[in-house]
Write a new protein. Structure first.
Length: 124
């Protein structure tokens, strides 16, 4: 079980490192913003489901020159399969002005989740 958890941790760390390289500080001015997000629960087969999910506020950093963003949030959802799971390319953001291009959603066996995503947004 620890090796599965370490895989998820490695994926999340790689995603965060990638986000850092994709939007360097010299690329333009940034602003902090927030948006609503609905993180889905995990059913007994390990598939994402609306049952047992959690609505949470995501903290975002928006690059106003390049019209890109990176968001991150944490929450606790219902994980019926009781295994650590990791999902990529899912968009949980509830605001249509954010277009997710990449994401990583990891959920441990207790339901503690971390969601990171990034992509493009309209001009500020």
């Amino acid at each position: 079980m620890m090796s599965e958890r370490m895989k998820c941790v490695r994926v999340v760390l790689m995603a965060l490192a990638c986000f850092g390289f994709c939007t360097p500080t010299w690329a333009g001015p940034t602003k902090n913003c927030k948006t609503s997000c609905y993180c889905q629960g995990v059913d007994s087969h390990g598939c994402l489901t609306n049952c047992g999910g959690c609505r949470v506020t995501c903290c975002c950093v928006c690059n106003t020159k390049c019209c890109t963003f990176t968001c991150c949030c944490r929450c606790k959802v219902q994980n019926c399969c009781k295994k650590s799971e990791c999902y990529s390319n899912v968009c949980f953001l509830q605001c249509a002005s954010y277009c997710c291009e990449y994401s990583c959603y990891s959920c441990d066996y207790c339901g503690h989740c971390c969601y990171t995503c990034g992509g493009t947004t309209g001009p500020a």
